[in-house]
Design a protein. Sequence first.
Length: 274
Amino acid sequence: MQVIGLCRFSYPALGGFQVEHDSVEDRIAYLYGAERMEERFRHFEAITLPGLKAQTDGDFTFLIVIGDQLPQPHLDRLHDLVADFPQARIVAQPPREHRPVMAEILNDARADLGHPCLQFRHDDDDAVGVTFVQRLREAAADCPGLLRDHRLVGFDFNRGYIARPDSGGLLAQETVTPYWGVALAMAVKPWARHTIMNFGHNRLNRFMPTVTFTHEPMFVRGHNDHNDSRQGEKVTKVKLRRLDAAGEQAFDQDFAISSDRVRAIFAGTPRLAP
């Protein structure tokens, strides 16, 4: 089946954020702030892109949704980062209602609505394992009855890490968290126009049967000061520990995330404890 991933890269949607703004102009000013954009680009380069570029199954499309007002220097930098990533397709849109525009972009990317497809959502500071697309196709192949009998079927790879990069490398903690929105995918029947972006990730199992996989780490959830989910008053504290040599090797093997590259990209930023 065709596999399509979608990533919003500072797209100024109307809705779809936990941080609220009084106007779309305020949202654009917040999203395109110099400090925030620098952090997003560093995470995108160091955490998000390596595993996607290194997929063991490279037959997928990765949509990067941006605002049509993204300043040219940022647009040029984004194009440079994905120049060696042929699966990537940058899609520029004006500010629009979040769910309808994401559904439209995903459905437009389907090669043929008369065929089923697999879809996954992805944030611009998260990572998936290098085997993610391969495992997703295998999971769909293992569930023919579910895919035959249901318009939509969810697949949740719920073991992974929370990680934060800095000038010293990576701090991380293993976690098993269901329906977290990373390494979360959905099979869509022919002619069905619902997409994975039509559903809140933590409510996916309320609308369709889902299959969960916990046997191998499949995601890295980025942890940083500009996470949308960390801007409210109630923020869960996470205790991260710096990776040792074996941990750095595991991240490189499982996610293609090089701690040496992280240190280079985040050089000059504060080194966090411990």
